[in-house]
Ligand binder design. Structure first.
Ligand SMILES: NC(=O)c1ccc[n+]([C@@H]2O[C@H](COP(=O)([O-])OP(=O)(O)OC[C@H]3O[C@@H](n4cnc5c(N)ncnc54)[C@H](O)[C@@H]3O)[C@@H](O)[C@H]2O)c1
Length: 323
């Protein structure tokens, strides 16, 4: 896959010290373009930027999107905004809805207003599969959403509506990407709000029994990080029929939690049995994306399957966590 932008093209990646933002920044720099990274280190870490912090095409701003001036400074001279900064995790938003709303909605609004005033070429932002809420239809199709189940999902739904409105009212070319359970290197395995893949890998490397919430038959459309990077860059190259729209970004397949567990255990040659606990509030039972819209309008095609991505990821954690 070759992404051709004009020389000196500059991207703003918010959340550049986090999992997705750091991978996105590293990739854009590796193909020769400039990145301005913005992060407040609320969940991200400086060491996530170790591979590129000294790159001469990278400029880091330590700042908070909840501050209007910071957003105005960050978008100055930027061609494409790839907005990843947010407080993730459904349980976190249930424990502290105010905090999630503040970064994910108020911060989002500051950044989209600054982007509009600056006239950026695209405002691409991270939404989430959680916006499908309790709708039972599988696979999930854009436009068929159910009742929202968590404050986090609500913040993402509000962002999507702002994205649509800013295109319709002000003509800002916005694109919302509904990520489905992204995984890959540098995803935090240690936080209480850690995602399932790094959590399982770390527990097995530490020879502990990880916990499965529910009976293990809930399923997810696990998406390797490179597919998400591709979706962001394709959005920057897309045509105006995609503006104001939202797209599922996933593999288009689903894997049960117990199958995921078994794949990780097999790869790590572990015979440790998982523990089971009750279903968590706000969790949807199944998540599986129809990716036809992104295929058709963004020319998105998942480059990596779940299995390929998982192998690469486990290999990385073995080194990172020192097996
Ligand atoms: N990882 C997934 O599976 C997944 C799924 C769906 C959607 N998303 C979305 O993708 C985006 C990136 O997620 P991630 O998994 O990389 O999470 P992450 O927590 O690793 O990264 C988020 C980054 O944003 C920064 N940040 C948070 N609030 C900020 C603020 N107010 N100002 C400046 N920086 C701030 C954090 O410090 C962190 O570095 C988020 O918008 C998230 O909601 C992720």
């Amino acid at each position: 896959m070759k992404y051709i932008f004009s020389e000196e093209t500059t991207f703003l990646v918010t959340g550049c010290a986090g999992f997705i933002g750091s991978n996105l920044s590293e990739y854009i720099l590796s193909i020769g373009y400039k990145v301005i990274g913005l992060d407040n280190f609320s969940t991200g870490k400086k060491e996530n930027m170790n591979n590129f912090i000294d790159n001469q095409n990278f400029k880091f701003i330590k700042g908070d999107i909840r501050d209007k001036n910071t957003c105005e400074t960050a978008v100055t001279g930027v061609d494409y905004v790839l907005h990843q900064a947010a407080l993730g995790s459904i349980p976190r938003s249930i424990n502290n809805p105010y905090e999630s709303n503040d970064s994910n909605v108020n911060g989002f609004l500051n950044l989209i207003i600054a982007s509009k005033n600056c006239g950026v070429k695209r405002f691409v932002f991270a939404s989430s599969s959680s916006v499908y809420g309790d709708h039972p239809k599988l696979p999930k199709v854009e436009g068929v959403e159910g009742k929202i189940l968590s404050p986090y999902a609500l913040t993402k739904k509000i962002d999507e509506e702002y994205g649509r409105l800013f295109y319709e009212i002000y003509g800002l070319p916005t694109i919302g990407l509904r990520y489905f359970n992204v995984f890959g290197k540098r995803q935090d395995p240690n936080s209480v709000y850690a995602a399932v893949i790094p959590k399982f890998i770390k527990a097995l490397l530490d020879k502990r029994r990880p916990t499965i919430f529910g009976d293990g038959f809930f399923s997810r459309d696990f998406t390797y990080i490179q597919n998400v990077i591709d979706a962001n860059l394709l959005s920057c190259l897309s045509t105006n029929d995609s503006f104001g729209e939202v797209f599922n970004i996933a593999c288009g397949d689903r894997v049960s939690i117990i199958d995921l567990y078994n794949s990780i255990a097999k790869e790590l040659k572990s015979e440790i049995e998982p523990l089971y606990s009750g279903v968590r509030k706000g969790d949807v039972p199944h998540s599986n994306a129809n990716i036809s819209k992104a295929k058709k309008m963004l020319e998105y095609n998942p480059r990596y399957s779940f299995e390929e991505g998982l192998k690469i990821t486990i290999k990385w954690y073995k080194v990172f966590l020192g097996e």
